[in-house]
Design a protein around this ligand. Structure first.
Ligand SMILES: Nc1ncnc2c1ncn2[C@@H]1O[C@H](COP(=O)(O)OP(=O)(O)OP(=O)(O)O)[C@@H](O)[C@H]1O
Length: 740
């Protein structure tokens, strides 16, 4: 142990030195005040890079190294959260990043397939102090003994699984299991589906996969960013610390409701409304709404121009509309074409009226007269008001709000009743894919943006020219001052012209890729990971697929836990429209969370509906039996059970139907209850949907007969240690059989 302690002391000395150097570099760079543009750019890049390194060094402090592998060849490597090299000319590696190929035997080697490994050592630490070693010899004939043998090799895993929960998920780099390692390191291209029951580590694997991909494809993914989609903000808070603890920050965590920049989904839908809004035919509905806004006159629009009245009738506008539609552009982008067609039509009408020879009917106007007439018509406000009536520029918000306010005729009557709502109501999560769809259908009339960009560019070029002139002026001054006329001073002018300098300046956006992606609806991510993927609606999938043109995705989920009526039932149902059958499917079969005693009860609930249901097998049993009690005074009984179940260390969740929350919370001191609860509180009160993906040491399920099968299954599988059930009426059949 002393040897390992000395080694680890050496590693921390290296980390401290690196940290000191990095901090000094950042401070120095920031201290340089008004530097020229070029230098400022370089400085900002340095600051951004070094700050990332600093964050990684700080994040791994206290948990830097956790393993060591000794190979039959005599070589040995220490494994850690990040890789480190010595400060020697060869830059000798001293700590191997867990994601490097060389570290793989640490996770995969078995007595059967040793991968050249002689001994695997788990090193447990408390901060910088080594507290325990667990050795596993892969060659059973190995005579070397260390006194730290752990023949089963699972003491470290079981300690991790039994440890008190904190309300925040932790990384599992110390104990990644072989079946999980395969998925974490699977190739990055294409779609990979990871299916597994509760507690099989799907979320943990998804997060470690993100860290692995960022390590393995740093260049690509640092630029295009990785997106992780989770079911709700509380869940995202629960998993938020895992990647930073692995030194990775270039990931955007978001719910689908957060993927339309500028829109915050604060209202809630009924399950019926969410189901209707999530259906794939809503794409056709929105397309129909937009087409209907490309109107025809009823019956004519009269435009007064220069004392003449020009009549735009259905036929003339119909031709302009068909020609515009033939260009197959999104609605707003096509508006410029429509304007052109209508102006041509009006020009012809006017030219006929004023420029026809009364004797032979020929035109008296030459092309320059025609151009002038067209230009004058383009200045006529009546023309613009007709254009706005016939082909209005629309916003996605307008289109969706109008549809929801008046959905009759677009969807069947009972669906219309489910989704109808006032124009002013706040957005819901299910509205976000509709807004995104509408944004695609509308595109942008980008003329003004183009003009603005042109003006901005001219401004930047002028500014850059100014900067270069200043540097040129100072060069002349320097030369005048110097005796040596031949001295070569390269100024900015010699290496860059104003145009290119301005371009550089444009790139002067040092937000990380993840930050830029969060603000850009049309961002194409390098990789997308979707957790609880079974819950997403077809419309949500359309949105996500637009964000992943390369279809580089990892989808994790469990169809047996599907709660949303809008959720897509099968993986092929989700994927066929986008990748056909070109996707991989893998399964995780071991439950690391729920002890066997609790899993038996939860499995019985699903088996009552699906007799051939096979639950994941629990990796451990605790000998503690879950219980159920019939009670009269529910709030009183809940308060008592909370006292009984709250662990000395760790967390308890009370899972109860939402309408009971207020009454129950009144009897529970210091409980966190909210639409976005604080999961680090010792006791939290949740409804079953909020409990999705989370875990606690103890769980108290209240009134189970009020949940559907999948919600009950989720609620029952959240505990790592103890489960209690309270009910006022009858217990659901399978619970009565297993707990009664
Ligand atoms: N290899 C491992 N080593 C240590 N802990 C693990 C390992 N795999 C999973 N766990 C732990 O098991 C628990 C369940 O993992 P996770 O939440 O990823 O499961 P899940 O499959 O996403 O579950 P659910 O579908 O119920 O949300 C977590 O506490 C996780 O840290």
């Amino acid at each position: 142990m002393r040897g390992e302690q000395e080694f680890i002391d050496g590693l921390y000395a290296r980390v401290d030195a690196l940290r000191g150097m990095t901090e000094a570099a950042v401070t120095d760079a920031l201290a340089q005040g008004n530097t020229p543009m070029q230098a400022r750019l370089e400085r900002d890049i340095l600051v951004a890079e070094r700050s990332g390194l600093l964050a990684a060094l700080n994040a791994v402090d206290g948990s830097l190294c956790f393993g060591r592998i000794d190979l039959s060849s005599g070589a040995s490597h220490h494994i850690g959260r990040i890789g480190l090299r010595r400060d020697d000319p060869e830059r000798t590696p001293v700590l191997v990043d867990w994601r490097a190929d060389i570290a793989r035997p640490f996770y995969l080697a078995t007595g059967h397939t040793t991968m050249g490994l002689r001994r695997r050592r788990h090193i447990s630490t408390d901060g910088r102090r080594v507290t325990a070693l667990h050795d596993e010899f892969l060659d059973l004939g190995d005579a070397t003994r260390t006194g730290h043998e752990d023949p089963a090799g699972d003491a470290v895993l079981l300690a991790a699984l039994n440890s008190a929960r904190t309300g925040r998920m932790h990384d599992i780099v110390r104990t990644i299991q072989a079946e999980q390692d395969e998925i974490i390191r699977a190739p990055h291209r294409g779609v990979l589906v990871v299916e597994g029951g509760p507690g099989t580590g799907k979320t943990a694997v998804a997060l470690h996969r993100a860290a692995y991909l960022l390590y393995e494809h740093r260049d690509l993914l640092a630029k295009r960013a990785v997106l992780i989609v989770g079911p709700n903000p509380a869940f995202l808070g629960y998993i938020a610390e895992v990647l930073p603890s692995l030194g990775e920050t270039g990931v955007l965590l978001a719910t689908v409701g957060e993927l339309y920049p500028g829109v915050k989904a604060t209202a809630a839908d009924t399950p019926e409304a969410a189901a209707v809004k999530g259906r794939s035919d809503m794409a056709d509905v929105l397309a129909a709404v937009v087409r209907d806004r490309q109107a025809l006159p009823d019956p004519v629009i009269a435009i007064e121009h220069d004392r003449e009245v020009l009549m735009l009738d259905e036929g003339l506008v119909g031709v302009a509309r068909e020609r515009t539609r033939a260009a197959k552009l999104p609605h707003n982008a096509a508006r410029e074409h429509f304007e052109g067609h209508i102006l041509n039509t009006l020009t012809e009408l006017y030219a006929e009226r004023v420029g026809t020879d009364p004797y032979d009917g020929s035109s008296l106007l030459d092309p320059s007269d025609i151009t002038q007439i067209r230009d004058e018509l383009a200045e006529n406000p009546e023309v613009w008001s007709a254009l706005d009536q016939l082909w209005p520029v629309l916003t996605p918000q307008r289109v969706v709000a109008d549809l929801l306010a008046d959905p009759e005729g677009y969807v069947p009557d009972e669906d219309a009743a489910a989704i109808r709502r006032p124009v002013t109501r706040a957005w819901t999560v299910a509205d976000v894919p509709l807004l995104d769809e509408a944004a695609e259908l509308l595109g942008e009339d980008d003329r003004s943006a183009r003009e603005r960009a042109e003006r901005e560019r001219a401004r930047q070029v002028a500014y850059a020219q100014g900067v270069l002139d200043v540097s040129y002026a100072s060069r002349t001054y320097e030369f005048d001052d110097k005796e040596d006329e031949d001295s070569e001073v390269l100024s900015a002018h010699d290496i860059i012209d104003a145009e290119r300098f301005a371009e550089r300046h444009e790139e002067d956006d040092h937000r990380s890729a993840a930050e830029r992606a969060a603000a850009d609806r049309t961002w194409a991510f390098g990789h997308i990971i979707v957790d609880e993927a079974q819950e997403l609606s077809p419309m949500a999938w359309r949105l996500l697929m637009r964000r992943s043109p390369t279809r580089s995705m990892t989808l994790v989920g469990d169809p047996a836990q599907t709660a949303e009526a809008a959720g897509v039932g099968s993986w092929s149902g989700i994927l066929a429209p986008y990748v056909g059958d070109r996707w991989e499917h893998t399964r995780l079969g071991v439950n690391y969370r729920t002890p066997a005693e609790i899993m038996d009860v939860a499995a019985a609930v699903v088996r009552a509906e699906q007799p051939d249901f096979v639950p994941p097998s629990s990796v451990r049993s605790t000998g503690v039996r879950p219980w159920a009690r019939a009670v009269d005074d529910l709030p009183g009984a809940v308060a008592e059970a909370v006292d009984e179940l709250t662990p000395a260390e760790g967390r308890l969740a009370v899972i109860a139907p939402r309408d009971l929350h207020r009454r129950l919370a009144a009897r529970l001191d210091g409980v966190s209850v909210d639409t976005d609860p604080d999961l680090t509180h010792q006791v939290v009160l949740l409804d079953p949907r909020q409990a999705k993906g989370l875990e606690f040491d103890s769980v108290l399920v209240v009134e189970p007969s009020r949940y559907g099968t999948s919600d009950l299954y989720v609620a029952l599988t959240r505990a790592t240690q103890r489960l209690g059930v309270l009910h006022t009426g009858n217990l659901p059949g399978p619970l009565a059989e297993t707990l009664g």
